[in-house]
Unconditional design. Structure first.
Length: 359
């Protein structure tokens, strides 16, 4: 283990002891915000310290096995024990290296997920609906909660645009690599001659801005327009101006919502989307400045970048960034995305480790 890693883990041991002391204090729950922060820190530190303890135990076993080699009758046993301990130590170091990689501060945030139909007309809109189903089914498997924020339904089913909010544990960490162009190849339901068409949608995964950040948006820099909702809704559509469109004047970013009968709730939902889009713009500009000299393995995250192809005739899904092809498209479209998500996260971690090694 590198001395720098060893020193860092020793600091974490000391800090965990301090956090345990603070949590066991009779005054710990008086400040619930601080109490929750300490609990989160305790959870994070514990995983570091537990793996560090396992490494130290393996190191002690390794040292003990080396001492046993002095006895000729125990040499074979000592060699076996030494090899086991060495393997354990290497495994724990590998785990700790991944755990100690720089954290994305947004990883624990909830997500605003936007899906927009692109090239392909009605088939693209239908595919947008398929993607929505895939993500909501995946969210169900993760025990996450979803909320529809905005939708623009197409004439033949599907969506020209749909925006949902996903709330749960580490949502952004698992979905952040979904941003980009998603291409579908299949025979559309509207195709009479059985020809395969290629269509596309774009997906944007935005880390939700917290309430404090949202409140920091200057109200004087917002233009709020209300109008009558369009689309399905019966007589209500023509009677009330419940739809809301909010424009952030300094950036020109716009968010609107017309899905709720309440103007107040539509405004609340639109503000969530607006805050997430503003945060995404700021983060993207900062990231571009910081990493203009190199391209990420996972891709730039540009909304126009083609990241994945869903080929229904061949039953395959291919992620072009990591050259991963899986022949189980039906299961993936039903939300079994775990293998793709894990591969993308692993590839990103491998790139980070390589960058640290080169530093």
């Amino acid at each position: 283990m590198k001395p720098s890693m060893l020193a860092r883990l020793q600091q974490y041991e000391l800090r965990l002891a301090e956090v345990n002391r603070l949590l066991s204090s009779e005054h710990a729950a008086r400040d619930m915000t601080m109490f929750r922060q300490l609990n989160r820190e305790h959870t994070e530190l514990t995983q570091y310290v537990d793996h560090f303890a396992a490494w130290k135990k393996a190191q002690a076993d390794f040292d003990e096995a080396r001492l046993m080699r002095a006895d000729p009758e125990l040499q074979e046993f000592a060699d076996d024990e030494s090899a086991k301990a060495q393997s354990t130590m290497e495994g724990e170091v590998a785990v700790l290296e991944r755990l100690l990689l720089p954290k994305d501060p947004d990883d624990t945030r909830n997500v605003i997920l936007e899906i927009r139909a692109g090239t392909g007309g009605d088939e693209s809109a239908i595919f947008a609906g398929d993607l929505l189903r895939m993500y909501t089914r995946f969210a169900e498997r993760q025990k996450w909660r979803t909320e529809l924020l905005s939708e623009s339904v197409s004439d033949l089913g599907g969506y020209r645009e749909v925006i949902i909010r996903i709330e749960g544990e580490n949502v952004f960490a698992q979905l952040k690599f979904e941003s980009g162009g998603h291409r579908v190849q299949r025979v559309p339901v509207t195709e009479t001659q059985g020809r395969i068409h290629t269509s596309a949608c774009t997906v944007a995964v935005l880390a939700e801005a917290d309430e404090q950040a949202a409140l920091e948006i200057n109200p004087e820099e917002l233009r709020i327009d209300v109008f009558r909702a369009s689309g399905a809704g019966g007589q209500h559509v023509n009677k009330t101006e419940s739809a809301v469109r909010i424009t952030h004047l300094p950036t020109g970013i716009v968010a609107e919502c017309q899905d709720d009968r309440s103007q107040h709730r539509n405004k609340e939902k639109a503000m969530k989307v607006l805050a997430a889009r503003i945060k995404d713009k700021i983060d993207s500009e900062r990231s571009a400045r910081e990493s203009a000299h190199r391209k990420s393995l996972i891709g730039s995250g540009d909304r126009s970048e083609r990241i994945r192809t869903y080929n229904f005739p061949q039953g395959r899904v291919t992620d072009h960034r990591i050259n991963l092809t899986l022949y189980k498209i039906d299961r993936i479209m039903e939300g079994e995305m775990g293998e793709i998500v894990e591969a993308l996260v692993a590839a990103h971690q491998a790139e980070q480790l390589a960058a640290l090694a080169d530093a």
